[in-house]
Design a binder for this molecule. Structure first.
Ligand code: ADP
Ligand code: MG
Length: 385
């Protein structure tokens, strides 16, 4: 067992006086494909080495008792009479339990201990990791099988309907189905995925800008509406299209005049971003990180100029990385208006790149960036023995 998993198992023994099994689910970073998910398009996340661990053992009754080492708090729920969300961290765990039961499964009561080394609220999906790790742990404690895609859907349902956060399935999918040393290309329409190699001589360097501009929620909805408007206006010319996924870059150019300029530019981001995700996949499969990096840089430009979801701090971080030796490409990752950048970096250059990002960002903004160097890990399962 990893040292972390041993610590969590030990904490469980100390609190609950018996043995537990430890489940693990990783955080994720989206390598390329931003805002394409709700347009039925393509995304390419990778599961991280940062992960959430949940130690669990069944109880005789139907109560759930969960202690978070991260929060140093314990919360309880009676599965026989669940009381509903309380708008705090335990909702992610109990929401998953409630959704598992709603799907027709019958869970045993359980004691759980939760721990994570994913930075919370940084856009690396500690929430999805908690959901997926909880699903794995609750199923294991009940002697039920874990099916990764089904668990991802349960996690998304919990986050949508119990926590009350409208999100796509990418985060839970990556956490449940990640593949070591690979990103995964997810088709958000069919929900099929395929692994895309990111070998150990390439690293993902994540830089957290530590800014989150407040208007993000409203802007997110406005982007969704512009995409829907684009589909509505293009449908008379392109036939039965359901989403921007069905629009090729050429088609968009041909009917450009039918769209208000703003809607056109929003659509252009999505349509070209889908093409860039497929290009990044092709490049990585061909062992061509330069071409993958080019697609990542173009993705950043498109988010900045067409979709207008970046911000000054994020543009600075991406620009710093793009100008640094050993960096193939860099872009904002996540919903926008702050959060993190992700860079594809030659393994031998990661220390110099980290240094450059931290110093350059401080000089340009007066702010501290947190920088993490990651290799893609595998999705949820029992913590390695
Ligand atoms: P992100 O998913 O980007 O990290 P979110 O705001 O979606 O950010 O989720 C963060 C929230 O998830 C935390 O505020 C907390 O409520 C919950 N959470 C995640 N990991 C843990 C943990 N180990 N223990 C308790 N709560 C956690
Ligand atoms: Mg989240």
């Amino acid at each position: 067992m990893s040292a972390f998993a041993r610590d969590v198992a030990q904490e469980f023994g100390f609190r609950f006086g018996r043995e537990a099994r430890v489940s693990r689910a990783p955080g994720r970073v989206n390598v390329i494909g931003e805002h394409t998910d709700y347009n039925d398009g393509f995304v390419m996340p990778a599961a991280l080495e940062f992960a959430t661990l949940v130690a669990a053992a069944p109880r005789e009754d139907r109560r759930l008792r969960v202690y978070s080492m991260t929060m140093d708090e314990t919360r309880e729920l009676d599965l026989a009479a669940p009381e509903g969300p309380t708008h705090e961290w335990a909702d992610y765990v109990f929401g998953v339990a409630v959704m598992l039961e709603k799907s027709g499964l019958r869970l045993k009561g359980a004691d759980l201990v939760v721990w994570t080394d994913i930075p919370l609220g940084a856009g690396l999906s500690s929430s999805a990791a908690l959901e997926v790790a909880s699903a794995h742990a609750l199923l294991a404690a009940s002697g039920l099988p874990f099916e990764p895609l089904a668990a991802a859907k349960i996690g998304q349902k919990a986050e949508n309907a119990y926590v009350g956060m409208r999100c796509g399935i990418m985060d839970q999918y990556a956490s449940a189905c990640g593949v070591q040393d690979h990103a995964i290309l997810i088709d958000c329409r069919s929900l099929e995925s395929r692994p895309v190699p990111i070998p150990p001589d390439l690293k993902l360097v994540i830089a957290n800008s530590n800014v989150k501009h407040q208007h993000a929620g409203g802007e997110y909805n406005a982007r969704r509406e512009a995409c829907e408007e684009g589909v509505r206006l293009l449908a008379p010319f392109l036939g039965p299209i359901k989403a921007l996924r069905d629009v090729a870059p050429n088609d968009l150019e041909r009917y450009k005049a039918k769209l208000p300029d703003l809607v056109y530019r929003r659509c252009r981001h999505i349509v070209t971003e889908n093409a860039r995700v497929l290009e990044a996949e092709r490049a990585l499969n061909a062992g061509d990180p330069v071409a993958c990096g080019r697609a990542m840089n173009a993705s950043h430009d498109s988010m900045r100029d067409d979709f207008e979801i970046t911000c000054k701090e994020i543009d600075i971080l991406a620009g710093l990385a793009q100008a640094t030796k050993g960096v193939f490409g860099s872009r904002m990752t996540g919903g926008g208006f702050g959060g993190c950048t992700v860079s594809l970096v030659e393994a031998g250059a990661v220390e110099a790149v980290t240094q450059t990002l931290i110093e350059g960002y401080r000089i340009a903004t007066g702010l501290d960036a947190d920088v993490f160097v990651c290799s893609p890990s595998e999705g949820a399962g029992f913590a390695a023995a």
